[in-house]
Design a protein around this ligand. Sequence first.
Ligand code: HSE
Length: 429
Amino acid sequence: VEKVKIAILGFGNVGTGVWKILKENKKEIMKRSNYEIEVTKILVKHIDKRRDITVSNEILTDNIDDIINDESIKIVVELIGGKDDAKEYMIRAMRAKKHIVTANKLVIANWSKELFKIAEQENVLFYYEASVAGGIPIIREINESLTANRIEQIIGIVNGTTNYILSKMTIDGISFHEALKEAQEKGYAEADPTSDVDGFDAVYKLAIMASLSFGTKVDQACIYREGIRNISNIDIACAKKFGYTIKLLAIAKEENHKLELRVHPTLVPSTHPLANVNDVFNAILIKGNAVGELMLYGKGAGDLPTGSAVVGDIISILRNNVKPSDISDLNDDLDFKEVINSEENQSEFYIRLNINDKAGVLGDIATILGKNDVSIISVTKDVNHQAKAPLAFITHKSSEKNITISLEKIKLLENVNSIESILRIESFD
Ligand code: HSE
């Protein structure tokens, strides 16, 4: 068996996961790839930092040139995250004729075109399975197994951190901040958890999945985004009364050549499989016109699950048995598709107000909604609060525009103190 030398950039959570898998499953990996993989260099910020795993100091380097200039290194695994350095190092590595494996959704969602062009020019392979939904093999699924289909919808829980937070708030009743802290301790969160909590991470992942599925380059800037920062335990309780569970969903739909793309906290019917995806688990529901509905479920973050996707990519490169066909798909601008403005999207809505519990207020609210073509399905009122009561209701399908116009007027009613939350409901039709 021949030896192949590889380098890992970054030795954080995922980097150490990759290291552990290469060691633990060495025999199987050798059999499957026909190579003995040797990690000869690992790029770290601080060589002397205390680590849980012992790695010889000869392997560690804080100088990227040690890797780029080493001709014996054939594959560079980029796991430092972030954008500028990661992108620059990948470009330099490709120029030095090294294949790339990355888990970097931010860079792929924004600069796939540039990077894949260089990969083509340099005749190197570029793999990024771990960039979307950690251990779930979604990129291969879309690029290989489902190529017979026209994909109509992708609806997924693709951020482990926010799913962990929402599940803990729902099941254990703990606060947002406590749950975030736990997710960080477990190594799920990005270095800057804003990326998770405010939905950016899910946006990047959706941009990648939608580009591959719809054969058009989806600009992440066109994706409507809303995070989970404002979700309170009260909303979770009210949603439950209506039969829903709150999840951060990434939604992409194509109808008549138009795309609907959004990431936001969503009320999911509690009986739907996606409502029961908890903790760090991710799940992606795909609707293809031949296969019908298909759901993938697995761990969306963490050292070993994400490492599993990374090492799988390394093995694919060594086998060289999969053409990186995805490259053209991610870059194709030929098939232009219009993205529908989120205001035009039709959804059922969940709305929670703070009202003074006086006679007639409910009637006034319903009248305003009715005048704007919004009809109410169900209402719940917390009668335990005396003077100021939370009032939550859900509507039939309406456009966001009509909801906004109605709420502008409702806000002015004498007995309405505030509009506390407006969330969309996904009815999976
Ligand atoms: N922070 C990400 C998440 C890691 O929580 O899903 C995996 O991309």
